[in-house]
Design a protein around this ligand. Structure first.
Ligand code: NAD
Ligand code: NA
Length: 396
């Protein structure tokens, strides 16, 4: 069948297998073009199918010849319905990894559950013995805590007072004002349950308990800070509380890993178009202005450029780890540059529906968004029949 983008709200209901494959191939080519990285050889990536997690898996495999196990939550195709992009991405990744002679297996299921953890532990035990790097890159709106059985839903709300600011519907380009009512204590607690460090810690403890972490193993999770403009809804909002918790958990995990000479880090990454970030109010408008400014300055990066730099210049640079005063790795350093932020703040004030196409990179935003689903990629014939039924044996 011929597959076209079908939008509903902030999501795209369809995805293109060939386009997703091209996305993965482009990222692999980028990593190969940057040369080898003296990195980990056995890597577990939790949240491996899209965004920063996929980029981390690709960087490990094609930068350091690593064996990778990927965990994610995606849907295969069904009668008349395409798979989710992360499914096609993972199918393409595995096929490319296998062609290159690299070990790659995946587990498709709820990473928050005991069952999926058990499956991953058994797979590591059987196939790799131990892992030396664990990437934690989950982004989810919901988590069932396996100990209490309670299902928590995260919210994206300010804390303390109603927040009002500009936002854009990036499909139509319409700029409006949005007001978001403040969270209550329960909202905050739920968001911390879902996006805080609890599950990361459970993964690491489970791995450690069964001696599946190699001596000197490293684990890393991803965080975000961002500018004053989005602070009320992001870093000082409910999601920010979860990130505070995640960042604090890095210290607890680091303590626990001392016995094996291991390390735990949080890396603060740049704002980028992913399925998760497009659902946050105000953030897409910020991103479209940020893209414009960073592209003009020649310092724009996507997920793969960010992670390549994280691995090459920070994690595996061979010199002492560069962190901020809170122990965090900062690869949002270019986004947070003073000249970049000053310009974005100035453009923010000038933003209206009429000016945005001129002063912002709405086109770049839309293009990146469609790319996430395998659309608008160069070199793909979208008029051709696409085989939507990709069955992948090693994705369980
Ligand atoms: P994403 O939506 O692209 O990726 C999320 C991944 O998690 C996917 O692989 C998905 O399959 C997986 N997943 C979700 N729920 C799952 C579950 N229950 N079980 C197993 N897998 C599950 O998101 P992303 O933007 O790459 O975010 C990854 C991390 O990076 C998050 O912690 C996010 O806060 C952080 N981050 C994002 C940005 C940004 O701008 N996008 C910036 C800085 C940091
Ligand atoms: Na990810």
């Amino acid at each position: 069948m011929i597959i076209e983008p079908r939008m509903r709200g902030f999501i795209c209901l369809t995805s293109h297998p060939k386009g997703c494959e091209q996305n993965v191939k482009n990222q692999i080519e980028y990593i190969k073009s940057k040369g080898p990285i003296e990195g980990a050889k056995k890597v577990l990536v939790i949240g491996a199918s899209t965004g920063f997690g996929l980029a981390s898996r690709i960087t490990s495999a094609f930068g350091s010849d690593a064996a990778t196990i990927g965990v994610f939550f995606e849907k295969p195709s069904a009668e008349g319905k395409t798979a989710t992009p992360g499914w096609y991405n993972s199918a393409a990744f595995e096929s490319e990894a296998h062609k290159a002679g690299l070990y790659a297996k995946s587990i498709n299921g709820d990473a928050f559950s005991n069952e999926v953890k058990r499956e991953a532990l058994d797979l590591i035990k059987a196939d790799l013995g131990q892992v030396d790097l664990v990437i934690y890159s989950l982004a989810s709106p919901v988590r069932t805590n396996p100990i209490t059985g309670v299902t928590h839903r995260s919210v994206l709300k300010p804390i303390g007072q109603t927040y009002t600011n500009k936002t854009v519907d990036f499909h139509t380009g319409k700029v409006t004002e949005v007001s978001i009512a403040p969270a209550n204590e329960e909202d905050i607690a739920n968001t911390v349950e879902v996006m805080g460090g609890d599950d990361w810690s459970m993964w690491i403890e489970a791995l450690k308990k069964e001696n599946l972490l190699a001596d000197g193993a490293t684990t890393i999770a991803y965080s975000y800070i961002g500018p004053e403009l989005t602070e009320a809804v992001y870093r000082k909002g409910t999601i920010g509380r979860a990130k505070d918790h995640l960042e604090a958990t890095a210290f607890t995990i680091a303590d626990s890993l001392k016995s094996i000479g291991g390390k735990a880090y949080v890396s603060v990454n740049k704002a980028l178009v992913t399925q998760s970030s497009s659902a946050i109010p105000v953030v897409p408008l910020y991103i479209s202005l940020l893209y414009k400014v960073m592209k003009e300055k020649g310092i724009h990066e996507g997920c793969i450029e960010q992670i390549q730099r994280l691995f090459k210049d920070r994690l595996y640079s061979g010199s002492e780890m560069l962190t901020d005063d809170k122990g965090r790795i900062r690869i949002d350093d270019w986004e947070m540059r003073e000249d970049v932020q000053e310009e974005v703040a100035k453009l923010w004030l000038e933003t209206t529906t009429e000016t945005l196409p001129e002063i912002g990179d709405l086109e770049g935003y839309r293009n990146d968004f469609l790319n996430l689903f395998g659309f608008e990629l160069e070199g793909i014939d979208y008029k051709a029949e696409a085989n939507e039924l990709v069955q992948v044996e090693s994705i369980k």
